[in-house]
Design a protein. Sequence first.
Length: 330
Amino acid sequence: MNRIYYSLYGPYIVKFIALKNSLGYKYKDGGNALRLLDNLALREDVTEVPITKELTSKYAEIRPNESEKTRYNRMQILRQFAQFLCDLGLRSYIPRLPKLSRTFIPYIFSQDEIQAIFAVCDGLSPSCRNRNSGVFQIPFLIRLLYGTGIRINEALYLSYNDINLAEKYLVLRKTKNGKDRMVPMSDSLNDVCKDYLTYRSLFTGADKTERIFMLPDGTPLNQYTSYKWFRKIIWWAGISHGGRGKGPRLHDLRHTFSVHSLATMAREGLDLYHSMPLLSTYLGHQSLEATDGYVRLTAEMYPYLIKKSTDLSASVFPLLHLNQDDHETD
């Protein structure tokens, strides 16, 4: 349903959101943020379209029970809208983004922990009391999340038409930024996918949905059920959970994939910051800033790789031997 805006910004907000949608972005959160601007403009009786510094300051005020991240996101949307108005010739004030403290630290599984998780997955069996269990899907789902780094919702929305076993890739259509992207699968993951699809075809509800991840009766597997199984699996694998909000979380498999991928590239002699654009594009990030944290985590977890990279790059430039005259001219 299209939202209605009542201030003089209304027509411009509609055009701005239409532009974003045409570029493939989902703009639900953007619409909410701009509704706040619309309401503020009505309260302040704004009579001119260009956004002023004063209006921006009032918009930037922290709202009750608002998190730092939520405020940052809506200010980012205001910046984009102000730039949009500038592009139309309506010179508006473009605010600076507030500082965002990075307090969240993802859980990065070690290689041994990943192998322990896989071992638990391979030993799962359904209960006699519940033949419509998610236990059948979890071994492949866990391997898919770690083996590709895709998000849990991107995985759960996969359909038959999104998997190409012959050329070993997935097409993600339900992505965070609304843009389809192609993700390759390794030979081993492709084999696991084949085995799972063969097994899935035996489910009684196999013809009820195109979704790859489904319960035996045809009900699509959801995130809640996936997370419940994930908590059980890490417990059985001997990995403790830090409590609500502390993880490990299912999404940490994506973080782990990213760090392990950077570590692998570093072992092969590729500089971490040269690797970052490759990983950023693969993960579907909209900016390198979103990927930069993985470089820091990789450097902290594998400091010897940074030394190795530094030693490799040191040989690129020749050593300079200065004579006494060179020192005297400095």
